[in-house]
Design a protein around this ligand. Structure first.
Ligand code: ADP
Ligand code: MG
Length: 289
């Protein structure tokens, strides 16, 4: 209990490294099992280690992924806050210095709460999280309505794919759907044999997207992550790759990606949206914006 309290004090009392508004980054995919949770957890860890204050939200709660990955127990989630049964300080789980898990909900339940008074109380409550530099959201896979809400509300959307043809097809379908509501989409190609293989896959998707999807769409490859059997083993062993196996290739690849994300925030190169931050994110998510 005391570690939890001190963790929360650290979250609420001082400012993050970049002292700007919270950047909300949604990590998604067309097909499941491509590495969203692995990448979300490790990118968050690396950003936190660099000194950014990072919240990581599990919006794919059906699989209860991240609490298992971080080896912590989350009793309550964001739905309890929405219902007024808990406040944010009770649901947030400190993981590491600068890193907090925000147990989420798959969305269907969350989106029932569109009542203006509930939303406004919730958004006030969410100010607790205002000193976060990043909120990384591990969304479910697929192009369902609720995932779309998360993707619409986030500042950045990262679509993850792997080299297998079905995953590539689904990633393209995802880009197409997200491309209807936003012009900038980022990608990570995971489980590649070489960075070259990943780049080739990205180039193919990019080429097809440029020819067929709404004009002005900009796809950016954030990076490629090599495949390594240590990664799949690490999940079973509840070990974070970037923390405890930092010498393997995928750990280095993920660090590169986290560096790009961190640098963009520090240099304010990520497109400055007029309205952003935690409050705006939740208002958008809950349809009040
Ligand atoms: N770069 C990688 N190399 C090897 N295995 C990986 C890699 N990335 C993810 N995996 C494994 O693939 C499986 C699915 O990853 P996960 O992060 O759970 O995917 P998702 O969240 O998209 O469903 C896990 O067993 C994970 O350990
Ligand atoms: Mg997952």
């Amino acid at each position: 209990m005391s570690t939890q309290a001190s963790g929360l004090e650290a979250l609420m009392s001082s400012h993050g490294r970049s002292r700007g508004v919270t950047r909300v980054v949604a990590i998604t995919s067309g097909k499941g099992g491509v590495g969203k949770s692995t990448l979300s957890a490790n990118i968050s860890y690396v950003l936190a280690k660099k000194g950014f204050k990072v919240g990581i939200m599990d919006a794919d709660i059906g699989l209860a992924n991240l609490d298992v990955m971080f080896n912590v127990r989350a009793d309550k989630n964001i739905l309890h806050v929405l219902k007024g049964e808990a406040d944010f300080s009770e649901i947030v789980v400190p993981i590491e210095p600068n890193l907090w898990l925000i147990p989420g909900e798959s969305g269907d339940e969350i989106l029932k709460f569109s009542d203006a008074t509930i939303v406004s109380r919730f958004v006030d409550e969410a100010q607790t999280l205002d000193s976060l530099d990043f909120l990384i959201i591990d969304t479910g896979a697929g192009i369902g309505d609720t995932i779309q809400m998360f993707l619409r509300a986030a500042d950045d959307v990262v679509v993850v794919t792997v080299p297998d043809p079905a995953a590539i097809t689904d990633a393209y379908a995802m880009v197409k759907v997200v491309g209807r509501v936003r012009k900038d989409i980022k990608m990570i190609v995971n489980q590649v044999k070489s960075p070259k293989e990943g780049q080739k896959i990205f180039d193919t998707i990019n080429k097809v997207a440029m020819g067929n999807i709404a004009e002005g769409l900009s796809l950016e490859l954030l990076g490629t992550v090599r495949t390594d059997s240590h990664v799949s083993r690490s999940v079973k062993q509840r070990v974070l790759v970037c923390k405890e196996l930092s010498n393997i290739a995928p750990a280095g690849d993920i660090e590169e990606i986290a560096k790009i994300i961190g640098n963009k925030k520090e240099h304010k190169m990520l497109e400055a949206r007029k309205e952003s931050g935690i409050g705006t994110f939740f208002k958008k998510l809950l349809g009040q914006f």
